[in-house]
Design a protein around this ligand. Structure first.
Ligand SMILES: C[S@@+](CC[C@H](N)C(=O)[O-])C[C@H]1O[C@@H](n2cnc3c(N)ncnc32)[C@H](O)[C@@H]1O
Length: 267
């Protein structure tokens, strides 16, 4: 007979439970998540003077302590790089319709787009094909291990228009006024410094550039993801609008996720 958990959740959701992304919070997954957050902070503390490409940067201000809550929402722990294979699971296209998401983004050849919180690059590789050789993808993550996985995949597929950037919890290290789009898939709810990240991303957007949030729908109990890793539209608007963004477009055709596209609010 199956264990009780197996009777409730399919195999991929059990994996999520183990990696801290879905289902009810177990003590072990919370411990793993907490140790990840600490390890991430430690790593950043020792690496803030270098970019992922090795270029030396000016000394920086230390990252201030992170929040546990923001505007009534409890912030989720960072997904550990050890769970990265889940991001490449075979069922992902069927569950999330990533191809439909790509179409809805209307990315054009020659654009500069960013995948922020790129993980091991599930969407980055697709974006790289869309912008073509005359465009560029800035792939940002705070876990060097994720960027190394991405690097390997880029080499395997001979993709050369992706620039990897090791960000910090509060600073994605993006050049100002550089991005036609910044895409965050299953990432925003993990930000421990949401205001600083929103301000930095706003500075990085071109005047008509878009910040796109893709978040699992918390309004829908049928979406098999942990509560803290889901967000409602109401909460997303509550957090984005006072931080200098206006909602420009929504795409409601994905099975599990909201797609909310914001532009800079110049008012
Ligand atoms: C659940 S994974 C999603 C990865 C990828 N977007 C995807 O859909 O396959 C979340 C990623 O966001 C990254 N992340 C969390 N906070 C971040 C921050 N402040 N800046 C950059 N990346 C961050 C984590 O390290 C992790 O790789």
């Amino acid at each position: 007979m199956l264990e009780p958990a197996r009777q409730i959740f399919p195999a991929h959701v059990l994996f999520l439970l183990a990696t801290g992304c879905a289902g009810p919070a177990g003590e072990d997954s919370e411990k793993l998540a907490a140790s990840t957050a600490k390890a991430t902070t430690d790593r950043i503390a020792t690496r803030t003077s270098h970019s992922a490409t090795g270029a030396v940067r000016e000394p920086e201000q230390p990252t201030p302590p992170g929040r546990t809550h923001y505007m009534g929402r409890e912030i989720a722990q960072t997904m550990h790089w050890r769970g990265a294979t889940w991001l490449m699971r075979k069922t992902r296209e069927e569950e999330e319709h990533a191809s439909r998401l790509m179409e809805a983004l209307h990315v054009k050849e020659g654009q500069t787009v960013c995948e922020l919180g790129c993980g091991n690059g599930y969407h980055t590789l697709r974006l790289a094909k869309r912008v073509g050789p005359s465009g560029k993808v800035l792939a940002v993550d705070i876990q060097i291990e994720m960027l190394k996985f991405l690097e390997k995949r880029l080499a395997e597929q001979d993709i050369s228009n992706v620039e990897k950037i090791l960000g910090t919890l509060a600073d994605p290290k993006l050049p100002e006024n550089s991005c036609d789009m910044i895409l965050l898939v299953d990432v925003y709810h993990e930000f421990s410094h949401p205001e600083m990240m929103l301000a930095a991303m706003r500075r990085a957007l071109k005047p008509k550039g878009r910040l796109v949030l893709v978040e699992f729908r918390s309004e829908d109990p049928g979406v098999p993801i942990k509560r803290l890793h889901k967000m409602s539209k109401k909460q997303i608007n509550k957090e984005l609008l006072p931080n200098g963004y206006r909602l420009a477009e929504e795409f409601d055709e994905l099975p599990w996720q909201h797609v909310m596209m914001f532009e800079r609010d110049e008012k």
